[in-house]
Design a protein around this ligand. Structure first.
Ligand SMILES: Nc1ncnc2c1ncn2[C@@H]1O[C@H](COP(=O)(O)OP(=O)(O)OP(=O)(O)O)[C@@H](O)[C@H]1O
Length: 231
């Protein structure tokens, strides 16, 4: 059960983005995925969610194989993608209604999720009229609307103001009490606030995989660990 990844490899042309990456995540863990720009974090997240096809290796989610049983695995996962692709011409509610239709989710979840991610004051707007932070909330809303067992968030607080960062972190924290969460971020504070474990990627390889406590035992801070391990 959980997420099991074996020897995952992905190349874009000559660029090796993931190089035989292997690890497992137990259900209920909240894992921070860290690494410098271009380390392979988004590629890894897109592979787990079946948004791209790896060249080699295997991924299973709750014992379903991501490449051969995509329907089963997609039902288990909510995904907030990097750059948060949304239908800009739709109203917030209209878009979330579209998502509920696609994923076979009850319409009653729409109002619940709008409130949960703090979209109430902006719900009457079209998505293109929203500020970046509120667009990010719509992305988070679509990721959690089906109450997925696993939530994968690619830089979820990117572009948010400090107040919004705190609010969105609270939402993620609450979800992380019950569900499995993998999130990528460049903000070390965020990892410390939300995650119990860190997987550090560099040039497509895992260079560290341990608990926050273990990192803190070995280094002055998570920032120092990142700096020393990735330079
Ligand atoms: N569609 C693509 N075509 C070609 N190369 C790509 C593509 N997507 C990613 N890459 C390359 O793969 C490598 C890993 O990129 P990826 O986006 O997974 O890194 P990342 O860790 O998420 O980086 P960042 O922190 O900057 O978001 C990089 O060298 C990147 O240029």
């Amino acid at each position: 059960m959980g997420i099991v990844i074996k020897d995952l490899t992905k190349k874009y042309g000559e660029q090796l983005a993931l190089d035989k990456v292997s690890f497992s995540i137990k259900n209920g863990e909240v894992v921070g995925l860290l690494g410098p720009n271009g380390a392979g974090k988004s590629t890894l997240m897109k592979s787990i969610t079946n948004a791209i096809n790896p060249d080699a290796g295997e991924i299973s989610v709750n014992d379903f194989n991501v490449s051969t049983q995509p329907i089963e695995t997609k039902k288990l996962i909510g995904f907030l993608q990097e750059n948060n692709p949304l239908y800009m011409d739709m109203y917030v509610k209209e878009y979330l209604e579209f998502v509920t239709n696609m994923r076979d989710v009850k319409k009653s979840k729409i109002d619940e999720v709008i409130e949960r991610v703090g979209l109430l004051p902006e719900k009457h707007k079209k998505i293109h009229q929203l500020s970046k932070g509120y667009k990010q909330r719509v992305g988070l809303a679509q990721a959690i609307i089906s109450s997925p067992e696993i939530l994968i968030l690619d830089e979820p607080t990117n572009g948010l103001d400090p107040n919004q960062i705190i609010e969105i972190r609270e939402v993620i924290k609450e979800i992380g009490r019950e569900k499995t969460v993998i999130l990528s971020t460049h903000i070390m504070q965020e990892v410390e606030a939300l995650c119990s474990r860190v997987i550090l990627l560099n040039k497509g390889k895992i260079i560290a995989d341990q608990s926050i406590e273990e990192f803190k035992g070995q280094y002055k801070s998570l920032e120092e660990a990142f700096h020393i391990l990735t330079k």
